[in-house]
Design a protein around this ligand. Structure first.
Ligand code: PTT
Ligand code: SF4
Length: 611
């Protein structure tokens, strides 16, 4: 089997046991890697209805055929589990040395089961697995703890770890690596915490045991040079993801004041130009040819890596327009291991609920110092932080008084930094994202605003959402490689089909690969339907505030405009139809069969009536 090592490492923390398990070519070709393999394992092995924070949940690190081997930006890993935030399938994608080290150690995947009796470091070195006490690290932030781990295990070791937020099972705790990368928005860090797993350390000493086609190394080496030479002086390459902020402000898509507004006159103070000017260092993931992580100094003088999402949610959405204060909030999220998007949304929702009489407290928009203190309470689940640690969906239920309408989430996952109260296609992308509201699956907004009428709910928008989901949520998540060379530098997708062919020896086209993406999307939907037997299409709706004229902008280019509910519903039906899903948004029998998911369909039948 070329392209795959063909082995996964299964570790049980309760029993302190481990074993290497082979998997066959049929499994590899059907699910490819990353999200595909992780999903299939969770589908097969998790009993429906289990507590995501109980020992029955499994935490998976999954790699793909080209991850960890030299090719443009292949130092990424997927982390996956049943989500404690949404109750559905959850995953994320982060840059880490674990990718190459795990493959050098001889595995494509790591599956962690059970729950350790005491805080633990899982140390993997080639075929050795050890369980080391983590008492001295428990309670420490990710910067400090990762430094200590590097001292103990060496600079080249691959490390995934959690901060206090993961330890205390904050439902939107992330996994961290390389002191700058973060992944697993739907609470993958909380799943590690629930297992008392502070860190995973991986070291492999051999060459990655793969037999690639002879052209592979020559081609990828040449491509690494070519990508390096592409123009990176354009705004987005120079300013990192922060380059998009000024545009969002201009087109009325910025989250401001818990998404109540879509632009702000002070937004320029935290835009990409300002971030680039304040840059003190640039960081990136392993094998990256154009590192995008721009670090600036925060108010306390610490280095903090700023991306657009972090600035949008911790800055404009909280009406904080001092870049160094936004950087401080970002630093704290990174150190505690909180997802910046959810944390920013939680704080904004709290301020909004207080202002509208649904919650008690003194927190106000614009108060950076109070926001810093609240992040500490959330990470430790102290005082009001205990409720805030559960995310906006549960906060809305607790506050009541109509506040659920402006709790900004889809399926429980907080919305990232595109304010779509009048952007139907991007709202559909959030609604149908298979892990809850995440822009990573279909970033359709630039196409929509540049190439279509903003107020159209035409089929071309549903088509584009699916096209992008196939590439971003499909291809890049199962071959497991950073999508930025394609997104930011226009590195053609055919290159990836070529890498896949040379790595695996399978003569597949991009369309063949997209079909795998469709299969994964169908099974992710089945996962949700099995967990929520009363599943309804309303779960694929954005929050009520985006349909309610009382939440419309009062001024600016979209004054008075919001989404129209009947039109959105029609667009959703078009999307379902194109995907071969029924009117509830569940794949039909025919679709299951076409995608070779007959076995999975049978497993779903006792839970949900299928059409
Ligand atoms: C991702 C989400 C994003 S998406 C951002 S900024 W982005 C936020 N980053 C956070 C952070 O930082 N610290 C923190 N405590 N919380 C954070 N939450 C937010 O998490 C990231 C880059 C980025 S930066 C993006 S878009 C691309 N994402 C990719 C993806 O999803 N798949 C893929 N194949 N390639 C990608 N390349 C880009 O990677 P989640 P990273 Mg992240 C500090 O994981 O759960 O998907 O959430 O991994 O290595 O840091 O790189 O404007
Ligand atoms: Fe990591 Fe950014 Fe490089 Fe992608 S472009 S590999 S996210 S540093």
């Amino acid at each position: 089997m070329k392209g795959w090592i063909g082995k996964l490492l299964r570790v049980n923390l309760s029993e302190r046991s481990f074993r290497s398990e082979p998997y066959d070519e049929a499994f590899a070709q059907k699910w490819i890697g990353g999200r595909g393999m992780a999903l299939k394992i969770l589908w097969d092995e998790l009993k429906p209805g289990i507590d995501p924070l109980g020992p029955e949940n499994k935490f998976i690190v999954a790699l793909g055929p080209i991850s960890g081997v030299p090719a443009p930006n292949t130092g990424k890993a997927v982390v996956a589990a049943k989500s404690p935030l949404t109750g559905g399938y959850g995953d994320g994608n982060l840059g880490t040395r674990v990718t190459a080290q795990l493959r050098k150690a001889g595995y494509d995947l790591l599956v962690v089961e059970g729950r350790a009796e005491a805080p633990t470091i899982l140390a993997i070195e080639d075929d050795r697995v050890e369980f080391h006490p983590a008492d001295s690290l428990w309670g420490r932030g990710t910067y400090d703890a990762e430094e200590a781990l590097q001292r103990a295990y060496g600079k080249s070791a691959g490390i995934l770890l959690i901060g206090q937020a993961g330890e205390n099972q904050v439902r939107y705790a992330v996994v961290r690596s390389l002191q700058g990368r973060a992944g697993g928005r739907p609470g993958m860090g909380a799943v590690m915490g629930s297992k008392q797993l502070k860190a995973i350390v991986v070291k492999g000493s051999s060459e990655i045991p793969l037999s690639f086609h002879e052209d592979y190394r020559a081609t990828t080496r040449a491509d690494l040079k070519k990508v390096h030479q592409l123009d990176r002086q354009s705004g987005w390459s120079r300013q990192g993801t922060a380059g998009v902020l000024a545009w969002c402000n201009e087109v009325a898509a910025l989250p401001v004041r818990n998404f109540r507004k879509t632009s702000h006159p002070d937004a320029w103070r935290i835009d990409g130009e300002r971030v680039d000017a304040a840059r003190v260092a640039t960081y990136g993931c392993p094998f990256c040819v154009f590192p995008c992580g721009i670090a600036v100094h925060d108010r306390e003088g610490r280095e903090s890596e700023l991306d657009y999402e972090n600035i949008g949610l911790l800055g404009s959405n909280l009406e904080i327009f001092e870049l160094d204060q936004v950087a401080s909030l970002n630093y704290l999220c990174d150190d505690y291991g909180l997802d910046t998007i959810s944390a920013g949304s939680v704080l904004a929702f709290y301020a909004d609920a207080i202002e509208h009489g649904a919650a008690e407290g003194s927190f106000r928009f614009g108060d950076a110092e109070a926001a810093k203190a609240l992040l500490g309470l959330i990470a430790r689940r102290q005082g009001v932080g205990n409720l805030l640690a559960d995310g906006v969906m549960r906060m809305g239920r607790a506050f009541g008084k109509g506040s659920e309408a402006y709790a900004m989430h889809v399926k429980g996952l907080e919305i990232s930094a595109y304010n779509c109260k009048f952007i139907p296609g991007m709202a559909l992308a959030y609604g149908t994202s298979p892990i809850g509201a995440h822009h990573k699956e279909a970033w359709v907004i630039t196409y929509e605003l540049k190439e279509t009428p903003r107020d159209s709910y035409g089929i071309e928008k549903a088509r584009k959402v699916i096209e992008l989901q196939r590439i971003r949520g499909g291809l890049f998540e199962f071959i497991v490689s950073c999508r930025f060379p394609w997104v930011e530098l226009g590195w053609d997708l055919d290159h990836y089909a070529g890498y896949f062919r040379m790595a695996t020896g399978l003569n597949w086209s991009l369309d063949d690969l997209y079909r795998v993406g469709d299969r994964i999307y169908a099974l992710m939907k089945a996962f949700w339907a099995r967990e929520f037997p009363n599943w309804s299409r309303k779960m694929d709706y954005p929050p009520p505030a985006w349909f309610d004229p009382t939440y419309a902008d009062r001024e600016g280019i979209i004054a008075g405009k919001v989404l129209e509910v009947e039109q959105y519903d029609r667009l959703l039906s078009l999307y379902y139809h194109l995907r071969g899903w029924d009117e509830r948004g569940i794949p039909t029998r025919r679709t299951f069969k076409d995608l070779e998911l007959g076995e999975e369909m049978k497993a779903l039948e006792p839970w949900v009536r299928l059409e």
